[in-house]
Ligand binder design. Structure first.
Ligand SMILES: *Cc1c(COP(=O)(O)O)cnc(C)c1O
Length: 469
């Protein structure tokens, strides 16, 4: 299988090349030339597989330049009970109102990003070692992505991680999670500024071509194809878990920000998984809800992005959305260039004329929640089902309840655990005790490793030079 760019001006590439890429050189996103098609007989065969076996079957269709035994080994080391807490890896449970929840957040950082990032860590190490290369990941985080990347890459050969975060802006739990890592290849850098300042520094370093080449600087952001492909697997697993036969259909409800998670659902559906609808759930930052309701895509700048109680969805420019629109526009790269030029100029675009296709052919619908909705949903689930869901998952449950049709099976993706968002949980249900995995008891008391630097790119470059000297 070969990969192409949504902007049409990048030479076709192999999986292991795409794995280490961010944006394509032409500014687009990489996608397979076509999606593999899964027939009924294959689906029947896959139904009884374990999670790692299923992951191998799905991913081997995409990672065609990695020898089968090597890929199987990477996957078997990634999806273990030890790392993800259960043998099922992503078990599905049912709330008393019939809504199903697929647990994607039992990895080391208690958010669904571990599902893909843990695979990426092992896959990076494999490809880099094979090619005798090294890679130094430079990233900026306001919480979830940075910790997932650090836990995936800690101790890996050939990789260093330099992760910038805004000093004093993350929660005590998030700080403890990242800064308590003692691995020599993990470098936490707290910048005296805001998250946007951290991102600006990353861009400034990336734009210094000489520095970038000399120090092998790379990224792991949400547009990485390896992350998407690893996420496709759990849609298959969730479907098999939520049904008893392949005659049934299931809808997935996905708390969304950058459109990475639900993009994987779209791909699973295009491969032939019997998905009825893909329900995109947003918070107050509702650019995607607006698109799926009206056809207008109007990204906003950071001044118009709300800070909410589901912070990992506080995104107003959905970086993976271009992958879906490419399919929607029948893979016309020129059309994508035109549309994203409009995005670049701050105008956005309107695809109202194909809204019917978005709904009928691609099965997308959407909804949104407010802070009050999420608190009420957390409280209801706590009272009815005696369990605590996190504010992102609550957004999904709220929207799923609202759009559910008679007889429809909806699986809500659980994108984080309540333990990560204690303040909001307490606001919703009072001072209850919030379960935390045993391994994370006392996390905040562990010694921490972090360098605090002034808000400028030179200070960050100096740390990188010193660490790699
Ligand atoms: C990243 C994240 C999301 C949003 O996922 P996207 O792939 O960006 O749409 C939702 N919930 C949580 C907890 C996250 O960490």
């Amino acid at each position: 299988m070969k990969y192409i760019s949504t902007r049409g001006a990048t030479a076709r590439k192999q999986f292991s090349e795409v794995l280490l890429m961010g944006l394509a050189p032409d500014g687009g996103l990489m996608l397979p030339e076509q999606y593999p098609q899964i027939d009924r007989a294959t689906l029947d065969q896959w139904r009884t597989l374990s999670y790692p076996e299923l992951a191998f079957e799905v991913m081997s269709l995409f990672a065609t330049d990695i020898p089968a035994d090597d890929l199987r080994d990477i996957i078997n080391r990634t999806y273990t009970e030890e790392v993800f807490g259960t043998k099922a890896i992503t078990p599905v449970r049912t709330l008393s109102d019939g809504i199903k929840i697929q647990a994607l957040s039992n990895g080391p950082t208690l958010a669904f990003k571990d599902m893909a990032m843990q695979f990426l860590g092992n896959a990076f190490e494999y490809v880099l070692n094979k090619e005798g290369k090294e890679l130094n990941i430079l990233g900026a985080t306001s919480g979830d992505t940075g910790s997932a990347a650090e836990y995936a890459l800690r101790g890996k050969k050939g990789v260093n991680v330099f992760m910038l975060s805004p000093e004093g802006k993350m929660s005590a739990f998030q700080r403890a999670q990242m800064f308590s890592l003692q691995d020599a290849n993990i470098h936490n850098i707290a910048v005296e500024g805001m998250f946007d300042d951290c991102q600006d520094i990353v861009k400034a370093v990336q734009n210094d071509a000489e520095f970038k080449a000399k120090y092998h600087i790379g990224t792991v952001n949400s547009i990485n194809w390896g992350r998407i492909v690893a996420q496709v697997v759990y849609y298959f697993a969730g479907y098999f878990n939520a049904t008893s036969s392949n005659d049934e259909k299931v809808s997935f409800c996905v708390p969304s920000g950058n459109f990475g998670n639900v993009c994987a659902g779209h791909i699973a559906r295009q491969m032939g998984l019997p998905i009825h609808r893909l329900i995109v759930a947003t918070n107050e930052n509702d650019v995607l809800d607006e698109f799926f309701k009206t056809g207008a895509y109007r990204p906003r700048n950071s001044e118009h992005t709300h800070v909410t109680s589901s912070p990992s969805m506080d995104i107003s420019k959905a970086s993976n959305f271009e992958r879906f629109v490419f399919d929607l526009m029948d893979r016309d790269a020129d059309e994508i260039k035109t549309l994203w030029a409009e995005v670049g100029s701050g105008k956005g675009f309107n695809l109202e004329f194909v809204l019917n296709k978005v709904h009928q052919q691609y099965g997308f619908v959407s909804g949104k929640s407010t802070h009050a909705n999420r608190l009420a949903t957390i409280k209801q689930v706590y009272e009815q089902d005696h369990e605590l869901i996190d504010p992102h998952t609550a957004d999904g449950v709220k929207v799923a309840r609202e759009v559910r049709e008679a007889g429809e099976t909806i699986v809500c993706l659980e994108t984080a655990l309540a333990a990560k968002f204690e303040a909001t949980i307490h606001e919703a249900v009072g001072e209850v005790s919030i379960p935390r995995p045993a391994a994370l008891e006392g996390l905040e008391n562990l010694p921490q490793r972090v360098r605090v630097v002034p808000n400028n790119a030179t200070a960050v470059k100096d740390i990188i030079k010193e660490a790699l000297a």
